[in-house]
Design a protein around this ligand. Structure first.
Ligand code: HEC
Length: 120
């Protein structure tokens, strides 16, 4: 049984399919730190690109992460996917090189900003 589970886990990770971990305060804090360092330049610290000189000047503009609909879906899995693979043809580059944990942290940080409408 244990062996089957190991093989299954391997197959899942090899296929690039990542199961969403549980949201936690630690994951959220990590996500915010990585967001401020890697994403705020374009998206704005609270997800509003108008608050960032670089974001404002871009075309197409970075998504307003709080007020706009997401093209590629806004379930945790879809957001994780967009962060990992980027959006081809736009300035939204793939961030698949970041540790998986960081990308889940980013996902939950963005979704929590959306829930609180950027009031945090
Ligand atoms: C160089 C500027 C830039 C950086 C840095 C950047 N983004 Fe983006 N992002 C964009 C642009 C531009 C778009 C909108 C692309 C489009 O119009 O489809 C976007 C779109 C998105 C979307 C919306 C996806 C959708 O389905 O609509 C998410 C989520 C996102 N970015 C997350 C992030 C995260 C998380 C980071 C940091 C790891 C990040 N971005 C870093 C420019 C950037």
């Amino acid at each position: 049984m244990k062996r089957t589970l190991t093989v299954l886990a391997f197959l899942l990770s090899a296929s690039g399919f990542a199961a969403a971990p549980k949201e936690s305060p630690e994951l959220l804090a990590k996500g915010k730190a990585v967001f401020d360092a890697q994403c705020a330049l374009c998206h704005g610290e609270k997800g509003d690109p108008e608050t960032s000189p670089a974001g404002k000047a871009m075309n197409p503009k970075p998504r307003h992460l709080v007020a706009e609909a997401f093209k590629a879906g806004d379930s945790p899995e879809k957001v994780f996917d967009s962060i990992s693979k980027g959006l081809p043809g736009t300035a939204m580059a793939p961030f698949g090189h970041l540790p998986e944990e960081d990308r889940w942290g980013l996902t939950y940080h963005i979704l929590s900003m959306r829930k609180s409408k950027g009031k945090k």
